[in-house]
Design a protein around this ligand. Structure first.
Ligand code: UDP
Length: 369
């Protein structure tokens, strides 16, 4: 069996780390391709080093661009690669443009696709990531779901149950396997539980000056320092909107470069609370038992709401301020860890791939019932 594993952006690297380690352990042959969607060292290379992910066999250099440019370029280059080699399965993770490009290129060449982190839905087609999730699940042969709700979402869309596997959350596996290595960033002088962490990078927030301003006004009165590892896209937008100086002048906000994975998890686990529009960070906050406020009107990570670990606050100044005040006063952040969010997720995935050869044959009829 010969697999192609496709990665492109920061959250992909985190999800793929345990998978490629398990493939190696089981002696399954694979190539890994990096589309280059994220190319900045702080969003890419450092993750390969820290998470001990082998250097990709191929780097496609797709870079940034509009959705069409990014997806189109990645699709063309992945198609070329798929035509030159014989792969039995293409493994894609998450919901970024590289995930969609690889799945589309593969399915059109009749190569089966396995989607890891399948079934998450925000039910908001205004989100580019939701479009990617829905399409990739519709054309995948093997669907690896992180939660029971994700399984139900897939069943509700008509996907046959034989192809859906509830395996748990692979980001949890990465975190659990790296917890003992987390390290304090050298540049940060922050006392445990005496700061709040902030991440903002979703296009729906960064592409709108009013929303960005409203978010920062909402944290204006936060009694703790707010440490903000800013994504390059967010910095670019803040500069474009002439907001960089204004935010830098705020006494309680410290803008820093994106943290490496191990630094980020030191900072997250020791923070009093986190404000974020990231998908993965909502889950990681749950795992660290740190209360999370999500700066969006919806989430595909429903489980974080069901467990009481997360609150949707949107981008309204008052809603952010009120909810922040509330969670900073809450004494006990206690909720259980969801089922199968453990250290064996990659093992379950690889077992399914090995034990279901019938699913590596493309159906001649439609994929759904
Ligand atoms: N992350 C990191 N450093 C940071 C911010 C985030 O290492 O400064 C990690 C975080 O732990 C998570 C991943 O990046 O594993 C999430 O990526 P991102 O928020 O870019 O993507 P999303 O999950 O929203 O798709």
């Amino acid at each position: 069996m010969n697999l192609l594993v496709v990665v492109g952006a920061r959250p992909n690297f985190v999800k793929v780390a345990p998978l490629v380690a398990e493939l190696k352990k089981k002696g399954i042959s694979y190539d890994m391709v990096h589309t280059g969607q994220h190319y900045d060292n702080s969003l890419s290379k450092i993750f390969f080093d820290q998470l001990e992910i082998p250097t990709p066999d191929l780097y496609l250099g797709v870079g940034s661009g509009t959705h069409g440019v990014q997806t189109g370029k990645a699709m063309m280059k992945i198609e070329e690669l798929l035509m030159k080699n014989n792969y039995d399965l293409v493994c894609v993770v998450g919901d970024v443009n590289s995930t969609l490009a690889a799945a589309l290129a593969a399915v059109k060449l009749h190569i089966p696709v396995a989607h890891i982190e399948s079934g998450y839905r925000s039910f908001d087609m205004g989100m580019p990531e939701e479009i990617n999730r829905v399409i990739v699940d519709r054309i995948s042969q093997l669907l690896f779901a992180p939660t029971e709700t994700a399984v139900l979402n897939l069943i509700n869309e008509g996907i046959s149950q034989e192809r859906i596997f509830f395996v748990g959350n692979i980001m949890a596996e990465t975190l659990l396997k790296n917890l003992h290595k987390v390290k304090k960033p050298k540049s940060i002088d922050a006392k445990k539980k005496e700061y709040v962490l902030l991440t903002v990078h979703r296009a729906e927030n960064t592409d709108n000056k009013k929303k960005i301003l409203s978010i920062f006004n909402g944290i204006d009165k936060c009694p703790y320092n707010v440490i903000f590892p800013a994504h390059p896209r967010t910095i670019e937008k803040l500069k474009k909107y002439d907001l960089m100086d204004k935010i830098q002048k705020k006494e309680n906000i410290e803008i820093v470069s994106p943290f490496s994975y191990l630094e980020f998890h030191y900072m997250l686990s020791n923070s009093r609370a986190v404000l974020t529009d990231s998908g993965g960070v909502q889950e990681e906050a749950l795992l660290h038992k740190v209360p999370c406020l999500t700066l969006r009107k919806n989430t595909e990570r429903m489980i974080t709401l069901q467990y009481g670990a997360n609150t949707l606050v949107g981008t309204d100044t008052k809603s952010i301020a009120v909810n922040l005040q509330k969670i900073l006063q809450d004494k006990d952040a206690s909720w259980p860890i969801p089922p199968l969010w453990d250290s064996n997720v990659s093992k379950r995935i690889v077992d399914v791939i090995q034990n279901h050869p019938e699913l590596l044959i493309m159906p001649s009829n439609d994929f759904i019932k």
